[in-house]
Design a binder for this molecule. Structure first.
Ligand code: AMP
Ligand code: ZN
Ligand code: FE
Ligand code: FE
Length: 278
């Protein structure tokens, strides 16, 4: 049996692996296909694609976009995106600028709380264009300003906590459109994580192509429910570990294994949309 892991992060956002390290791990996990889905960037995809080609592993270009629908944060995965698409790259530049100014705001909030973290420490550690809360958490740990990453989120960074700063987000409907105009398929990420089932019909109306049924944080029961939802709305099925490298515990890559039959359906859908493109 062939398996895929279609939700992975690298150092180009908040993962700790380089694309090459990620591909090596994928190979050691016996995966036949991976997709890179860094937050608000496709920058690591060229290197991941090259590393995959070198070991004859299949690679799908992707990204995980942060969006919202009726005040709920929704992550939308784009697969088979054109990494040169100018509209996509323009939007990505804006999301990244927001991410960077948000780091300054989070650090300022921490400073007001008496926590002497500097933005420089966060940017040095992040060393990427898509910095986020995990980088702030890691910098707090590195500077010995907190015991561990979980504490950093619990005390400061979780939604509603004193150093939490919201991101200006596009609507989920816009994210679907953005992905489509870049030649990609739009997939709702980890619906079980934020219990956002009620918004699925609206996203389907907006042209959502698929739903991430298999995910580290989905129980078997949850995955089964999302498989039923996928069938009901004729959605593609995806899944992945959402591996962030060594950021928390052991790397998750390969722990969620998507049967290859689902990947074949993705390829077929991609081919169909590409063929129909103007
Ligand atoms: P951001 O995009 O900056 O809002 O950060 C979101 C990322 O932070 C997610 O993709 C996770 O990797 C991580 N994250 C969110 N909540 C937590 C949490 N409670 N504990 C640890 N990591 C978290
Ligand atoms: Zn992340
Ligand atoms: Fe996510
Ligand atoms: Fe993710």
């Amino acid at each position: 049996m062939k398996f895929a892991d279609l939700h992975l992060h690298t150092q180009f956002s908040d993962g700790t692996f380089t694309p090459e390290e990620l591909v090596l791990r994928a190979q050691n996990s016996g995966l036949a296909c991976i997709a890179l889905t860094d937050h608000d960037t496709v920058e690591g995809c060229a290197r991941a694609a090259a590393a995959c080609a070198a070991v004859k592993m299949e690679f799908i270009t992707g990204a995980e976009l942060t969006a919202e629908h009726e005040d709920t944060e929704v992550h939308v995965l784009g697969y088979f995106l054109d990494p040169q698409n100018e509209v996509l790259l323009g939007k990505i530049a804006k999301f990244q600028a927001v991410r960077q100014s948000r780091i300054h705001e989070m650090v300022a909030a921490l400073n007001r709380l008496g926590v002497p973290l500097t933005a420089e420490a966060v940017f040095t550690l992040a060393n990427c264009k898509s910095p986020g809360r995990p980088h702030v958490a890691r910098a707090l740990v590195k500077e010995k300003l907190i015991g561990n990453l979980d504490e950093a989120f619990e005390k400061y960074l979780k939604k509603g906590r004193p150093a939490w700063v919201p991101k200006t987000k596009m609507s989920a409907l816009e994210s679907v459109e953005l992905i489509h105009q870049a030649g990609g398929l739009a997939v709702m990420a980890h619906p079980g994580l934020n219990r956002t089932d009620d918004i699925i019909p609206d996203l389907v109306d907006a042209g959502l192509d698929g739903i991430e049924c298999f995910h580290t944080k989905h129980s078997t029961v949850m995955s089964e429910r999302y498989l039923e939802i996928a069938e009901k709305y004729h959605l593609l099925v995806t899944g992945g570990s959402d591996c962030h490298g060594f950021s928390k515990k052991a790397p998750l890559i390969g722990t969620v294994r998507v049967p290859y039959a689902y990947v074949e359906k993705l390829y077929a859908a991609n081919k169909a949309t590409t063929t129909n493109a103007p």
